[in-house]
Write a protein that binds this ligand. Sequence first.
Ligand code: PLP
Length: 429
Amino acid sequence: MAGPLASPAPRLAPRWFDVLRALEEAGAGTPSYVYDLDAMQRDASAVVAAFGDRPGNVFYAVKANSAGSIVRALAARGCGADVVSGAELLLALRCGVDPESIVYSGVAKADEELDAAIGCGDRGIRAVQAESIEEIPRIDARARAAGRIARVALRINPGVSFEELGTHAHVATGHDEAKFGIAKEDLRFALAEVDAAKSVTLCGLSSHVGSQFFRVDPYVTAARILCGIAKEVRASHPLEFLDTGGGFGVDYTGESPATPADEFVRAALDVMKREGQDDLALHVEPGRCLVAAHGVLVARVIQRKQSRARPEDRWLLIDAGMNDLIRPALYQAKHRVVPLGTTQAGASTEAWRVVGPVCESADDFGEHALPGGGFDHVALLDAGAYGYTMASRYNGRAMPGEVFVSGGRVVASLARRPMAEWANERALS
Ligand SMILES: Cc1ncc(COP(=O)(O)O)c(C=O)c1O
């Protein structure tokens, strides 16, 4: 294990209310996520405002955090929903999102999921984003059976490698080997399939090339390729919109700020103008950038562990594990860990490896500079995106709790489920 870390322990930003008090007020237990709904709304408003007088173009990627309180809060600031499953679609509808403000991506949509998308509202959702040529006749058949015309966008894979994009291989989706989207070389075959489909109308082109873009350049590159493809398509087929996806980055280190999401929107609008495509609407699908920084995962310290022979080997054992927050295990992500409670500001720190209770060596949140004692809870920062939504009950662990705060008050919460629930359920299987 490495020697002592020089840096002081990071502390919760001053705007964070007392998360332990919020947990207590909600009776949520640990581990639990605590979210700041006001900050999410503020960020969503900035992205919506970047469109100026072109309303209704921000589709929040529900997969980032599907809590109803969040989907409703963002919808109240003008966000629609980008969904990737029938269940997410139903959730968005239940949260009051207008079908006209929902787009649906996904490589393997089941018939019942297509039926839900095509059948809702007066004319189905804004767009089913087809991810393969083979999906087009399937959408056509479901629309015909429903007696409707399905509005379809083609998700095009612009063929940009993750080296070009400068992002992690697991979150790069726009390269040639990706399972996502239709290869741009296959475009004419996709259009032929659209022409043959009588219950489908083509309304847009979409792409989502990856996540965690810190600078606008790779996003702009993909948007420019999409504009080029749009020119080609529009020679024979009218379009209404281009969808450049999400992927706006979030700084997990607290040291290198990412370009704000609204600047990505302005850059994409600018490319469309330069490429002569600005008569089309622009859709974007931000997820992480609206919610990640506004959620923390609060965990209790179960105990400390230290090697007697090598005292520099120290572990802080907490009650949150990779089942609650899988990003470190899946993407080698590192979330800052801060002590909560009685610790004095400026207390001296040493290197502690923060680990969870799950029986996997990957259940490891990395090494952090923390005081040797004086606290019994920690917060893992920037955990508002791809945290709860990727949580599991592996090892018989309960789903984490969730607490939603607005105006400094707990406005909704979901307690961590009791330990016996899992055992009772599994005993029946
Ligand atoms: C199709 C699609 N749109 C939008 C997003 C949101 O990406 P992010 O959370 O990085 O903004 C994703 C995430 O994987 C996605 O697959």
